[in-house]
Design a protein around this ligand. Structure first.
Ligand SMILES: Nc1ncnc2c1ncn2[C@@H]1O[C@H](COP(=O)(O)OP(=O)(O)OP(=O)(O)O)[C@@H](O)[C@H]1O
Ligand SMILES: [Mg+2]
Length: 305
């Protein structure tokens, strides 16, 4: 089978609210698929329908070839789930926790193997309540593995974690992919999707606004790169470049130039040198998923903090 998940025309209404609005996509077996979108976009609703936890209003969903409306049991046995903001039993150790969850299923993975995969050996006898946020999330990922699932759903596994702890969770996810598991990741962190995902679907207000690999999304919806020229007389630099047809703008005392071709940077610097115009340093900023999101929706993906 080529696809682990197939979603066609999925819609979920809550009263008048179209939480999920006629979306279709496919997830290939063995890939990390990122469902990227801001708060309230419809990520959890979609993922919990696929997990057979919520019912759809309309549409068809297949998981590992099984229809969610008919084969709930079969699907539940073969998937692993880390719910958003998951909390486990406070006073169970890591190992007791995994043993408890493991016993809920017919099929069991080896708990010691999971502990090694998720790098929890040092903490196996620690109470859940004494773990840091990052370790708690890793225990959550470990719980999602107790039935040796083929598809693992992780709903915002790193929200609220510091960069170091986030990195550790990313390592755990990358490890799952290496084992051949399919991972369905929802996130509102573009860095997470950039770092982990083989393919990305961007969801906004219940609709998928773009889908593809990171490269495809950047190529299709990203801006050109931006050259930042710092130091020197910004007005003079911007004026000289504008005269020559470049889209140069003064911002905060620096000059920003949108560049479409890589060799344009050399042209610009050569141009300034020829005219004897001084600057102190340059910086090049490439477009990222944040630009893609902004271009598609006119909104920022990142929450202002
Ligand atoms: N059970 C429910 N009843 C009514 N409205 C709901 C319900 N669940 C979700 N919603 C609404 O549906 C929309 C999508 O919610 P959802 O939780 O799927 O978004 P999300 O992308 O997961 O957001 P977040 O990043 O905050 O987790 C939101 O407007 C939410 O308030
Ligand atoms: Mg959510």
């Amino acid at each position: 089978m080529e696809y682990a998940i197939e979603v066609e025309g999925l819609t979920k209404l809550y009263g008048d609210l179209k939480a999920v609005n006629n979306i279709s996509f496919k997830v290939r077996e063995g890939e990390v698929f990122a469902f990227l979108g801001p708060n309230g976009a419809g990520k959890t609703t979609t993922v919990e329908i696929i997990e057979t936890i919520r019912n759809p209003t309309k549409g068809k969903v297949k998981v590992l070839g099984y229809d969610i409306s008919k084969s709930t049991r079969e699907i539940k046995e073969r998937i692993g789930v880390l719910p958003q903001e998951f909390i486990s039993f406070e006073r169970l150790t890591v190992k007791e926790t995994l043993t408890y969850f493991s016993n809920l299923y017919k099929k069991h993975a080896d708990i010691d193997e999971i502990i090694d995969t998720i790098d929890l050996r040092d903490k196996e006898n620690e109470l859940y309540m004494n773990l840091s946020g990052g370790l708690k999330q890793r225990v959550g990922v470990a719980i999602a593995l107790v039935n040796d699932p083929d598809v693992i759903f992780l709903d915002e596994p790193t929200t609220g974690l510091d960069p170091r702890a986030r990195r550790d969770v990313w390592d755990a996810v990358a490890g799952l992919k290496k084992q051949g598991k399919t991972v369905f990741l929802t996130t509102h962190y573009m860095e997470e999707a950039e770092y982990l995902a083989d393919s990305i679907a961007i969801i906004h207000k219940g609709r998928i606004v773009a889908e593809g690999t990171l490269d495809e999304l950047l190529r299709q919806y990203g801006h050109q790169s931006t050259l930042l020229i710092k130091g020197g007389k910004a007005g003079e630099i911007a004026g000289a470049l504008k005269k020559d047809g470049y889209s140069a703008e003064e911002t905060n005392g620096n000059v920003e130039v949108k560049i479409s071709k890589r060799d344009a940077v050399i042209d610009i610097l050569f141009h300034l040198k020829e005219k004897g115009i001084y600057y102190r340093e340059i910086d090049i900023r490439h477009s990222d998923l944040e630009d893609v999101f902004l271009n598609l929706t006119g909104e920022k993906l990142k929450e202002e903090t």
